[in-house]
Design a protein around this ligand. Structure first.
Ligand code: FES
Length: 178
């Protein structure tokens, strides 16, 4: 009995483990005219294109990792550096289209941003160009340098919007309660 097993094993090992280079064609009889048309040049092109995609992805991830992250961070591009003249302002959506904020280029202080919503009864505030934000609903007045209340019924300062600058773009990143 032991001898029979050995004979069978011997038979199995006599089958060549590596088929010849053309044997696989008879086992896989699908023809494809271009299966031998892959040249070194096309392989190189494929590798270069793959490297390009990887470089691009790495660049995008590097930009995203540079900007602040964490809970409450939105990273919304709001303007280009130099876009706002001194004393000019720009209203933008933040953190989404249902809520607005205002970016101001204050003389002597630079860029500041606040929630564009009065802390009294939520009317939109307007930058007056004199370092003050005005609420037309009940004559509320805020300091554009700090967001503090200067006059009127509001009792709380305007929430500050934290900004970040990267590659010539100004981003709004989060709202900071004051
Ligand atoms: S809503 Fe702004 S002062 Fe009343």
């Amino acid at each position: 009995m032991l001898q029979e097993v050995d004979a069978r094993n011997e038979q199995e090992t006599s089958v060549p483990l590596q088929p010849s280079s053309e044997q696989w064609r008879s086992e896989f009889p699908h023809t494809w005219d271009e299966d031998e048309m892959v040249t070194r040049r096309s392989t190189l092109r494929f590798l270069l294109a793959g490297s390009g995609v990887l470089c691009l992805t790495t660049g995008v991830l590097a930009v995203l990792s540079y900007l602040p992250s964490g809970p409450g961070v939105q990273t919304v591009a709001v303007a280009k550096v130099g876009e706002l003249a001194e004393n000019a302002s720009k209203v933008f959506d933040f953190p989404d289209q249902y809520s607005r904020a205002i970016l101001i280029n204050l003389p002597g202080k630079g860029l500041v941003a606040y929630r564009d919503e009065c802390t009294h009864l939520s009317c939109a505030v307007l930058y007056q160009g004199n370092g003050r934000l005005h609420c037309p609903c009940h004559e509320g007045l805020f300091d554009a340098a700090t967001g503090a209340v200067l006059a009127g019924p509001p009792t709380r300062p305007l929430p500050l919007i934290q900004l970040a600058v990267h590659n010539g773009t100004i981003y709004a990143v989060r709202e900071v309660a004051q």
